[in-house]
Design a binder for this molecule. Structure first.
Ligand SMILES: Nc1nc2c(ncn2[C@@H]2O[C@H](COP(=O)(O)OP(=O)(O)OP(=O)(O)O)[C@@H](O)[C@H]2O)c(=O)[nH]1
Ligand SMILES: [Mg+2]
Length: 296
């Protein structure tokens, strides 16, 4: 019989915007629990991703990218980063190998009193002779382990996983094996819609996008009707989101519907409404409606 004790722990994933924090968490969990896009500030809240394997469970805490806030939403996002730093068993700081400036925000992570890991992500996108000097520099930065990885290609992710597991204390199974995130289905559906909007829209429109779920009605055993509001900040943005002959909104809706159908395992009728809410990122009421509420 194997008497090895069960290990478990919480690991905060911190780093600048757009470095691949959510991509790394999704890789470890094995499912897409956090949305991913090439827009900075894709993640707006703290999201748990549970990775369960034989004898070990690691609960990753994905966070918004570290930045200087310019809106109330930004302040909320940074407060969730602070919360995520509390009481974790380890920290995984992520930098983008293609943007060495993303290492500038590592100070807070280094101050944390727990095992510290550094993932140098997107190694697939840089040449070896550029990666080597970067790794040498980062080796002296004060982390316990420095691992170049590619979340996109799955490179070196096993190495990083093993190193993290070695540092996990003995502990309980915090979540059942089939639970992969703390986000309710409704929130995941809203996030999928936001992801598709972020991926399709450009310029300044994505930052002002918010999704409010209005209703999820089960019409039959295998058909769900979903209504959601897509918020934006200006009339001109609304026209862009709707597009010519509603083509953009249809594209966002179709892509979101396909992912939501996969997630909930039934057919979906998705109805999206675009609403202008001027300056909502600075308004308490709107922030609450969209779920960006501080924990007590
Ligand atoms: N080439 C390459 N691209 C990657 C890799 N990992 C992530 N990306 C891309 O980088 C972009 C940002 O990824 P995210 O996982 O959303 O990054 P994030 O750090 O969570 O971003 P925020 O939530 O905005 O802070 C996306 O376009 C990803 O597809 C990688 O290993 N290689
Ligand atoms: Mg993210």
């Amino acid at each position: 019989m194997d008497n090895k004790a069960f290990r478990s722990g919480f690991v905060a994933i911190l780093g600048a915007p757009n470095v691949g924090k959510s991509s790394i968490m999704n890789r470890f969990v094995g499912e897409k629990v956090a949305i991913v896009s090439n827009r900075p500030q894709t993640t707006r809240t703290k999201i748990l991703g549970v990775a369960s394997r034989e004898g070990v469970q690691v609960v990753f805490v994905d966070t918004p990218g570290i930045h200087r806030p310019r809106t109330r939403l930004g302040e909320y996002m940074m407060s969730t980063v602070k919360e995520a730093e509390e009481g974790v068993d380890a920290v995984l700081f992520v930098v983008d190998a293609t943007r060495p400036g993303t290492m500038d925000s590592m100070g807070e992570a280094l101050k944390m009193n727990c095992p510290k890991f550094l993932a140098v992500n997107k190694m697939d996108a840089v040449k070896a002779d550029a990666l080597m000097p970067l790794l040498q520099k980062l080796n002296d930065a004060g982390f316990d382990e420095v691992v170049p990885v590619s979340a996109l290609r799955g490179k070196n992710m096993d190495t990083l996983w093993d190193l993290i597991c070695e540092k996990m204390p003995e502990g309980p199974k915090y979540f059942p094996d089939d639970m992969m995130t703390d986000q309710p289905e409704q929130v995941m559906c809203a996030e999928i819609i936001r992801e598709k909007a972020l991926r399709s829209l450009s310029e300044e429109v994505p930052h002002g996008i918010g999704v409010e779920m209005l209703a999820m009605n089960k019409l039959s055993e295998d058909l769900m009707e979903i209504h959601a509001n897509v918020y934006c900040e200006k009339e001109s943005h609304k026209s862009i989101i709707i597009g010519k002959h509603a083509s953009m909104l249809k594209k966002i809706g179709t892509e979101a519907r396909q992912d939501i159908e996969r997630l909930i395992g039934m057919r979906v009728m998705l109805q999206l409404w675009v609403k202008v809410r001027e300056d909502w990122r600075n308004k308490t009421g709107d922030l609450k409606t969209l779920g960006y509420v501080k924990e007590d």
